[in-house]
Design a protein around this ligand. Structure first.
Ligand code: ATP
Length: 431
């Protein structure tokens, strides 16, 4: 009788190198060479994007294996050895964790733990207590903080929604040097596969989004709706350097799984929220080109920010006016001395406030606009010496240059978990 074992790994990289997905890819390769069967695609799970101790994108990985009971000790040894060998253990903030969970079905307790790690902050002790409860085994390297993400990656069954990412890894001699890839082939790939693949090209700048800018072993990652689609896209991309290996991950990227609906008074630092409110303070542009405005609901007020890298998204935000009803999406930042601020990912304009401007009457003789004589005193034309009463001015509704629709930041400024509008369009889930 074969065993099902789920493995989670996290916190193996540093700012200088490595990537937890690569550790997972190598471990899987080594396990397959010993006749262990890997079931389905491994998972690449993005955790709380506002978490301060993350290295970059706060990702953890997990995969499911089928093996004979007698293989278990060697199986575990291969994984732990791979982590020991590849993790950036010399880096102060790298604290790897590996978790083994025996069985196919994920208990509810573990699912809710995973959700909490994506939406909130947890402690290592909390992870250890959940692991004890569900019977998961934990292995800690140094502080072992990685057990949090490793357990969360196992616990996420991607029931909420899922997307896929194909990652192509570089050979060791090329790591650290500029990535070589035929840019035109990426543009072609995007033309042929978008929107079934997404966020691989920024249409606002023409920038290729599949190659990272870090010294990690990834050559490129292609995001899409299905495993078949990212494989098709990968075949269309021309790499100009050798590829060591390719892995297709199932993931919670682009799903909005980090967001929760809240009232303003409930919003907390490190959360990512969806808030319905009314613009209460006109947008202002602060140093650096960031746009800040304030919204309120029945429970309080909060600032919203569209930072400079969000480029043309800021232009739309600048057009908001007090009284506009909006739904904002984003992560909550706390900066000393400043009010809580929602770092905007998306904004839906629900209702535009009406604004009017006064138009003075025209002179009945010469047709020119008459001048005001002062408050409540009516209008006059100096040239023709004609007068009009105070109520002869007309109120004209100001045409608003915003639509009742959702606005989003461009791909270059998008958080991994944020759902692009192109996915929102086809989705049935609504906040
Ligand atoms: P990369 O994306 O480049 O692989 P990273 O950004 O995922 O790196 P890690 O090196 O994995 O960053 O560091 C994040 C650490 O924080 C991990 O140890 C993880 O277990 C832990 N962690 C992640 N999310 C939370 C959370 N919500 N609460 C507490 N700890 C967390």
């Amino acid at each position: 009788m074969n065993l099902i074992v789920q493995v989670g790994i996290d916190d193996t990289d540093s700012k200088k190198g490595m990537c937890t997905t690569y550790v997972c890819a190598v471990a899987i390769g080594r396990l397959e060479a010993t006749n262990v069967k890997i079931l389905g695609c491994p998972k690449l799970i993005r955790l709380n994007p506002n978490w301060k101790l993350k290295t970059r994108g706060n990702c953890a990985v997990a995969f499911t294996a089928e093996l004979e009971k007698r293989q278990v000790p060697a199986f575990k040894e291969i994984i732990l050895r791979t982590v020991r060998e590849l993790a950036e253990l010399q880096a102060e903030d790298t604290n790897p964790g590996v978790v083994f969970y025996y069985g196919e079905k994920i208990p509810l307790k573990l699912k809710s733990f995973s959700k909490k790690v994506i939406q909130d902050i947890v402690t290592i002790e909390e992870a250890e207590s959940v692991a004890r409860l569900v019977g998961a085994e934990m292995y800690k390297f140094k502080l072992g903080r990685g057990v949090i993400g490793a357990l969360a990656a196992i616990g996420n069954t991607l029931d909420w929604d899922r997307t896929f990412e194909l990652i192509a890894y570089r050979t060791p001699e090329n790591r650290g040097s500029p990535r070589r890839i035929d840019v035109n082939s990426v543009i072609e790939m995007n033309k042929k596969t978008f929107p079934r693949t997404f966020d691989n090209l920024d249409p606002t700048t023409g920038e290729i989004r599949i190659t990272p800018h870090t010294p990690c072993p990834i050559l490129y990652g292609i995001r899409g709706e299905t495993a078949e689609m990212v494989i098709k896209a990968h075949r269309l991309v021309k790499a100009l350097e050798p590829i060591e290996r390719v892995v297709v991950y199932q993931t919670n990227q682009g799903t909005d799984e980090h967001l929760r609906n809240v009232k303003i008074s409930e919003a907390k630092p490190f959360w990512s929220v969806v808030v319905n409110g009314v613009v209460s303070q006109k947008p202002k542009v602060i140093r650096g080109g960031h746009v800040i405005f304030r919204i309120r609901d029945s429970t309080g007020e909060i600032d919203c920010a569209a930072y400079e890298p969000t480029r043309q998204f800021r232009e739309a935000m600048k057009k908001l006016l007090p009284g506009d009803e909006v739904q904002v999406y984003g992560g909550i930042k706390e900066k000393p001395g400043l009010p809580l601020t929602i770092n905007l990912e998306k904004l839906r304009v629900l209702k535009l406030a009406s604004y009017f401007r006064k138009e003075n009457p025209r002179c009945p003789s010469c047709g020119k606009r008459m001048k005001s004589e002062g408050r409540g005193k009516g209008y006059s034309c100096k040239k023709c010496k004609t007068n009009s009463p105070p109520n002869s001015a007309r109120l004209i509704r100001v045409k608003r240059d915003l639509n009742l629709e959702m606005y989003e930041v461009p791909p270059r400024a998008r958080r991994h978990l944020a759902k692009p509008l192109i996915r929102v369009k086809f989705s049935t889930r609504e906040f």
